[in-house]
Design a protein around this ligand. Structure first.
Ligand SMILES: [Fe+2]
Length: 385
């Protein structure tokens, strides 16, 4: 991307945001509300995580003690998905306020968002605003794109949306290698010591809808018209990256984050005689509920089979299907829906048919013990009502 254009666009958006902020403050909250959130009293949480090194498709981090040494005290990730910032500033405030409280109370080492975060008319401005929000909280965060952010699969728009956020120091997302499908194919290596990985997080762009240009290479039938699938070049990158890390650090255990669930999630779900979705009984249920069908691609490129072959990835986290928030174990791998976080989606009000105290918005908490053991649990926003 032309660097002058990029800097100019982001600069203009930052200025627009500042003007909105000033208007909001000077008018006592009457003006500037359409694209600005400042009713929140953002409290700094801070972190003892530091970036050790980074390159185009990976960031290596660890927790440090006061003497500047890497410590292995375990690691907490909270993940959420589908915040769906649209054009309702009240609901956006509510969403960010809830996330802020979750972060303040859980004190995570990392926050991960699995896509469909920013959808409104002023997408780039919202992206900068969200990055500033996380910067004030002072906790590291990362994201992958969802189908709603992929207006172009790898166009200037999406690239700029990425830059609006990766420019900020606490954002660990990276664009990844240019030759791969999509953006944000990268990994985060969490070290437990100088030469041992506690966990690697592989982040993948799961695209939007099936595109004709990729059908032949991936053997995807013409009649398949659905959400997208993970491409072979992304799978090759995952395999090669993992092998490289194993060469350097020995055994590497990992998680994987993407927006659209892979087909294997469907194994957990079936319909009862009335057409309602329910658990199939084919997977071990860890937590959560199934309330809708799995919106995976009709085409399966075999990512799960590759995960099994490589034996590193212990859990996959996705978003996309806002009403599902289950975690199941299939063939030794956790298949997790991150709690949805958005209030501008169909997971609200009459759509769910239950009172707000039973809505699924919240965060998924993943605790990694110093020995690498994993515990995944749910935390609902309804506790703050
Ligand atoms: Fe979504």
């Amino acid at each position: 991307m032309n660097i002058i254009y990029e800097k100019l666009r982001i600069g203009i958006d930052e200025v627009l945001l500042d003007i909105q902020g000033a208007a909001y403050r000077l008018s006592g909250g009457k003006l500037g509300k359409s694209m600005f959130t400042e009713s929140l009293d953002i409290k700094k949480v801070g972190t003892d995580v530091r970036i050790i090194r980074e390159d185009e498709d990976s960031v290596t981090i660890a927790k440090f003690d006061e003497s500047g040494k890497i410590v292995n005290k375990g690691f907490r990730i909270i993940s959420t998905s589908d915040l769906h910032f649209g054009d309702d500033p009240v609901l956006r405030d509510k969403c960010m306020g809830m996330l802020m409280r979750q972060i303040a109370d859980t004190k995570p080492d990392l926050v991960v968002l699995t896509g469909d975060v920013i959808l409104g008319r002023f997408q780039h401005i919202d992206a900068i605003q969200f990055a500033r929000f996380m910067e004030k909280i002072g906790v590291y965060w990362a994201f992958v794109f969802g189908n709603h952010e992929a207006r172009e699969e790898k166009g200037r728009f999406k690239e700029l949306l990425m830059k609006c956020q990766t420019n900020f120091p606490h954002c660990l997302a990276r664009q990844g290698k240019k030759e791969l499908f999509g953006l944000c194919n990268y990994c985060i290596n969490i070290l437990g010591s100088e030469n041992k990985i506690l966990k690697t997080l592989f982040m993948l762009d799961s695209g939007r809808d099936i595109l004709d240009e990729y059908r032949e290479e991936h053997g995807c039938p013409k009649e398949y018209d659905s959400y997208d699938y993970i491409k072979y070049n992304q799978m090759n990158w995952y395999e090669n990256k993992l092998k490289m890390l194993e060469k350097q650090y020995g055994e590497v255990k990992s998680f994987m984050y993407m927006h659209i669930p892979i087909k294997e999630y469907e194994l957990a779900v079936e319909k009862d005689e009335n057409g309602n979705f329910m658990f199939s009984g084919k997977c071990e249920i860890i937590h959560g509920a199934v309330r809708e069908g799995v919106g995976s691609s009709r085409h399966n490129t075999g990512l799960f089979a590759l995960i099994k072959k490589l034996g590193s990835t212990q859990a996959m986290f996705c978003g996309h299907d806002h009403m599902n928030d289950f975690c199941v174990r299939h063939d030794g791998v956790y298949l997790v829906y991150n709690q949805t976080g958005g209030y501008e989606t169909y997971t609200t009000g009459d759509n769910l048919g239950v009172p707000e105290k039973d809505w699924p918005q919240g965060v998924t908490v993943t605790d990694i013990a110093p020995d690498g053991e994993v515990k995944i649990s749910q935390r609902f926003n309804s506790m703050y009502l």
